[in-house]
Design a protein around this ligand. Sequence first.
Ligand code: AMP
Length: 282
Amino acid sequence: MNIHASIQDLREALLPHRRAGRRIGLVPTMGNLHRGHLALVEAARAQCDVVVTSIFVNPLQFGPNEDLDNYPRTLDDDLTKLREGGCDLVFTPTPALMYPRGMANQTLVQVPEVSEGLCGGSRPGHFDGVSTVVNMLFNIVQPDVACFGEKDYQQLAVIRRMVQDLHLPIDILGVPTVREASGLALSSRNGYLSDEQRATAARLQGTLAELRTALEAGADIDTQLHQGLESLRRAGFEPDYLELRALDLSNVTATTHDAILLAAARLGTTRLIDNLALTLAR
Ligand code: AMP
């Protein structure tokens, strides 16, 4: 496995593969890798001849009061996991390499509609940072396939929309969320949780599962969402949002069958997100 910190080096390493017609897969990450990230590497491996993983804690997608400085950086550990996980090339740029003019003067990619509301509402500018850096990574790597986790459902929708709108010749592969036995979605931010908070954290998925059961049985949507928020608060969460949307993130209408519950909630200072798809009784 080769590690490249420069764009030029990475492009040179990819060139022979591209010339030989090999399929290139990209897995963008912010590092502190866990089994969820490795499931993306595995999904890329299954579809591609060459797998590139990027590790970049992207400052452009963090708000001024967010955890950029404290975000866990564990490069040596990450490289060991990627080597064992079947990754071929790792791209490890610095903020100075990605944003040589500084972030204030960076050209931005802004995806409308799907980036609004939900996490876009509670984290202003977050998805501009995501779509911009992912677009840069797409231009640097020029992958045939790129893998993203369904855990970050809105992010996946934003990337799909960006690829459609900008006519990028890249297949976007969504990978199911990898969870602990408790139901808690694996996340680099779980490391911030105390033992007690970690036990509570599983209630996020637990609450969504209870709502799914009720909604699939025909319960009233607004009543269930209200009860879900109350049940999250009782468990000790401070919810940012709990919403039901159609799978494309448009609003649910009287004819929507397939839908998705999406939630973000804080436990202390740690912000967790999760989602659960369901079929509405109609
Ligand atoms: P991050 O390093 O948190 O930016 O995540 C990098 C990629 O891994 C994103 O596409 C995430 O959606 C995905 N990911 C994070 N956690 C999980 C998980 N538990 N299961 C599957 N994919 C995940």
